[in-house]
Design a protein around this ligand. Structure first.
Ligand SMILES: [Zn+2]
Length: 314
């Protein structure tokens, strides 16, 4: 059917374009280079992650952008063709772990076994082991201070697993907000956060990107630029963030209110991501690693907050 002004399709498209334009203006002050990242996992309805991931791949193709996809081991087992397609379309494939539970709940032994298995499966599939790792829920917290040593042992060059702020789910308040090195040599790329009063919020990802009102998003952009200037920026999202057609899923890890928030308001994600991509260049983390590593210094967590004394690796 031809698309003519006044038709529902036309209005939908033009409404989305206007939303993208508004988002692009809101993000205009951010740096021209960044990394678009995706955590590839099912939300709750099996089979929905693959088409939604392809929607994100198309979005990146349309913008001439490349990103880093952190893939959960369950997705590698379930849909190896999708993982190969992500790599074939020019993106970096990295590891989102074996077990989608917070690291502290897994404990060092389970985390080590699972991470090595996930790494090996990915290496078998793609011909080389992944360079990057992202913890579920950014759960590299003081209770999981043993994890970077295991990542170093497993050969990961970098981790993108730490939220340097207080958060109801997982965070490490007081951790550096710029990329830093763990004592074992793994480069950590903390989640970019903007400031609202005493709060630091990961404004370029997931539920925050979906739910933050436009004026608040603008405040956070300004505060990130003021505090980080030329620092490396990255965004994150999930396939379900761009899947408005999925029904409500009661997630045991989110409670009822969290499950409803994860379900609703998925519509704004695509225009906001398009606005972020407009006029900006996204390359995988792997591209920026040499420069980020050269600029990073080693961070030794305080035992009181980092509990490194309790580290047991094995
Ligand atoms: Zn995840």
């Amino acid at each position: 059917m031809p698309v003519t002004p006044g038709s529902q399709k036309y209005q939908g498209e033009s409404g989305r374009t206007r939303a993208t334009d508004r988002a692009a203006r809101r993000f205009a002050a951010l740096p021209a280079d960044f990394t678009f990242t995706v955590d590839v996992e099912e939300h709750g309805t099996p089979g929905r992650a693959a088409p939604a991931t392809r929607r994100l791949l198309d979005l990146l193709d349309a913008a001439g952008a490349r990103g880093t996809f952190f893939v959960l081991d369950a997705m590698v087992r379930q849909d190896p063709a999708l993982v190969r397609e992500v790599a074939r379309r020019g993106h970096e494939v990295a590891c989102h772990g074996y077990d989608h539970r917070p690291l502290a709940d897994q404990g060092p032994a389970t985390f080590r076994t699972g991470t090595l298995a996930a790494r090996d499966r990915m290496a078998d599939l793609l011909g080389a082991p992944p360079a990057g790792f992202r913890a579920p829920y950014f759960s590299l917290t003081p209770d999981a201070a043993w994890a970077p040593a295991i990542l170093a042992e497993a050969g990961f060059a970098y981790s993108s697993s730490l939220l340097p702020a207080w958060s109801p789910l997982a965070g490490w308040p007081g951790a550096p907000r710029r990329p830093f090195l763990w004592p074992g040599g793994v480069l950590e790329l903390p989640v970019p956060v903007g400031r609202v009063g005493p709060l630091l919020l990961p404004f370029l990802g997931g539920m925050y990107l979906r739910w933050l009102p436009p004026w608040r998003l603008s405040t956070l952009v300004r505060s990130w630029v003021a505090e980080n200037g030329g620092g490396h920026l990255w965004s994150y999202c999930h396939p379900y963030d761009v899947d408005p057609g999925e029904g409500l899923v009661r997630r045991a890890d989110a409670g009822l209110v969290g499950s409803v928030m994860l379900w609703l308001n998925r519509g704004p994600t695509v225009p906001r991501l398009e606005g972020l991509l407009r006029g900006r260049r996204s390359e995988p983390f792997a591209t920026y690693l040499p420069a980020l590593r050269a600029a990073a210094t080693v961070w030794h967590p305080e035992p009181a907050t980092g509990s490194l004394r309790a580290a047991t690796v094995g």
